[in-house]
Design a protein around this ligand. Structure first.
Ligand code: IMP
Ligand code: MG
Length: 176
C-alpha cells in the first residue's frame, strides 16, 4: 500500500523572507569586494537563491550547477557527479555556493573543492537549512538560514520524490 503523505509547517513564508534578507546583509558585510559569482545548486536551491539574489547587488553573476550525489550508506565519502557540459569560469572571482540544505555535507564538500581547484579566489557557502547531525564530510556553511532537527523536510525548493518544491514554506514530511 502506498503510504499517505502529510506535512506540518516548520518554517513559515514570512520567517523565510525575513531570514533571507538578513542572510543577504550578512553576505554583503563579509564580502571582500571582488567580483562575485553566485552558484546555485539545482534543483533544490532555485527558490531560495532566486529570493536571496534579489537582495544582492546587480553586478553579481549567477550560475547554476547540476550535480547528482550518490551517498553510499555509511561510507565516509560519496561520489558527486557533475552533469553540466561546462562548469562556470570562476578564476579570480569570489564564489558563493548556494544550496537548500546541508545534510551529510558530501555535496557541498565536493563542490567547494571543485571550485577552489578551478581558481576561485574566495569561496563561501550559504544554505537555507542545516540539519543538526554529524556530517560525512568536513564542511560547514558560513551562512545558515535555520538550524533544524534531523527530519525530512519539504518545500521552498526541497522535494519528496520530485514534488512539493513549490510550497512557499518549509514543512516536515510525515508518512503514515
Ligand atoms: P548532502 O549534504 O550532500 O547530503 O546533500 C544535500 C542534498 O540532499 C540537498 O541538496 C537535498 O537535495 C537533499 N536533502 C537532504 N536532506 C533533505 C530533506 O530533508 N529533504 C529533501 N531533500 C533533502
Ligand atoms: Mg539538492
Amino acid at each position: 500500500m502506498t503510504p499517505s503523505e502529510s506535512h506540518s509547517i516548520l518554517i513559515t513564508q514570512s520567517q523565510i523572507s525575513t531570514r533571507v534578507r538578513e542572510l543577504a546583509e550578512e553576505i554583503l558585510a563579509q564580502h571582500n569586494g571582488q567580483p562575485m559569482t553566485v552558484i546555485l545548486l539545482l534543483k533544490g536551491a532555485i527558490l531560495f537563491a532566486a529570493d536571496l539574489c534579489r537582495h544582492l547587488p546587480s553586478n553579481i553573476q549567477i550560475e547554476c550547477l547540476s550535480v547528482s550525489s550518490y551517498h553510499g550508506g555509511t561510507e565516509s565519502s560519496g561520489t558527486v557527479t557533475y552533469l553540466d557540459a561546462q562548469l562556470p569560469d570562476v578564476s579570480g572571482r569570489s564564489v558563493l555556493l548556494v544550496d537548500d540544505i546541508l545534510d551529510t555535507g558530501l555535496t557541498l564538500y565536493s563542490v567547494s573543492q571543485k571550485f577552489k581547484e578551478l581558481g576561485a579566489t574566495h569561496l563561501s557557502r550559504c544554505v537555507l537549512l542545516s540539519k543538526k547531525k554529524d556530517r560525512l564530510a568536513e564542511v560547514s556553511a558560513e551562512h545558515v538560514g535555520f538550524e533544524i532537527n534531523d527530519e525530512f523536510v519539504i518545500g521552498y525548493g526541497l522535494d519528496y520524490q520530485g514534488r512539493y518544491r513549490n510550497l512557499p514554506y518549509i514543512g516536515v514530511m510525515t508518512l503514515s
